[in-house]
Design a protein around this ligand. Structure first.
Ligand SMILES: *[C@@H]1O[C@H](CO)[C@@H](O)[C@H](O)[C@H]1NC(C)=O
Ligand SMILES: *[C@@H]1O[C@H](CO)[C@@H](O)[C@H](O)[C@H]1NC(C)=O
Length: 277
């Protein structure tokens, strides 16, 4: 979370949003996360971008729990948890005019998990389901129930401090894209280098290729969020959009926690401790 740009939103954008955002969605708070989509708060401000950023903080201690690193028989098949009914229950809350409605598909999510086979596989079924519930809680918040593919605020998100390593291409912007709103040049660069794709030159691909879009989110998740899962859901909020924590945006935090609790309930597990941040 190196930087947060608070951007005032124009009246025009507000009007567009008022139309575009189903009330149900904004009731809990509009999209956000990594700000891919850009959060619009009720006071009209746009929350800072997601922090797809600096994961350093969250990296500090990764318990050397070997079990967590192996796809385990103790986990659960992701597709048996993320059922069609579950996926569609999120999507159905997005209004028909949402771009995401024609873009996000369960089968592409499942396809993408094959590139991250450890996702949803932890020491036991409860831990595995908590991971899946947490992932979709953040996806729900970041995209407004899978409504948005791209962040509303089309910022450049070029971190000059890291532009030597991850050069921002002329005319390209690294605002949030995809289910967890991948943001910042360095995240596009790191993800692209793993996938051997020119995501810095062509960040648009993250919002165009369905499977890649989920892969980018799972990549971010495995790298930056999973290491803190054991600390409770609150730590995952910090890893995704830490600016919301410690009073930064209590409404957003409450929305994320509510989605998480709701999804845990559907998966018939307890949500665990330390839910907020
Ligand atoms: C998974 O995604 C890849 C890349 O888009 C695609 O080539 C492949 O056909 C997909 N597999 C399935 C089973 O959908
Ligand atoms: C599952 O794993 C969690 C976290 O490692 C642990 O706290 C919990 O007791 C385990 N549950 C069972 C039923 O083994």
């Amino acid at each position: 979370m190196a930087k947060f740009s608070q951007v005032g939103i124009t009246l025009f954008l507000l009007l567009v949003l008022a139309i575009a955002l189903p009330l149900g969605v904004s009731g809990a708070t509009p999209t956000t996360t990594t700000n891919l989509v850009g959060d619009i708060e009720e006071d009209g401000s746009v929350p800072s971008s997601v922090d797809f950023g600096d994961a350093e903080a969250s990296y500090i201690e990764m318990p050397s729990d070997h079990d967590d690193d192996e796809p385990s028989e103790l986990g659960v098949p992701v597709k048996s948890v993320v059922t069609k009914a579950f996926f569609n229950s999120i999507l159905s809350k997005a209004s028909p005019s949402c771009a995401g409605k024609k873009f996000y598909r369960r089968k592409d999510f499942l396809n993408a998990t094959r590139s991250y086979p450890k996702f949803g596989h932890l020491v036991n079924a409860t831990a595995a389901k908590r991971e899946i519930a947490a992932f979709f809680a953040h996806v729900t918040r970041e995209t407004g129930h899978l409504c948005y593919i791209e962040e509303i605020y089309k910022g450049k998100y070029c971190d000059l401090g890291r532009a030597k390593e991850w050069p921002c291409a002329a005319g390209k912007k690294y605002y949030g894209r995809g289910p967890l709103q991948l943001t910042w040049n360095y995240n596009y660069g790191l993800f692209g280098s793993e996938k051997k794709l020119k995501t810095l030159k062509n960040p648009e691909m993250v919002a165009k290729n369905r499977v890649l879009s989920w892969q980018a989110s799972l990549w971010f998740w495995m790298k930056n969020v999973r290491p803190v899962l054991k600390k409770g859901f609150g730590a995952t909020i910090k890893a995704i959009n830490g600016g919301e924590c410690n009073g930064g945006n209590p409404r957003a935090v409450a929305a994320r926690v509510q989605y998480y609790k709701d999804y845990c309930k559907r998966f018939r597990i307890k949500p665990g401790c330390n839910l907020s941040c």
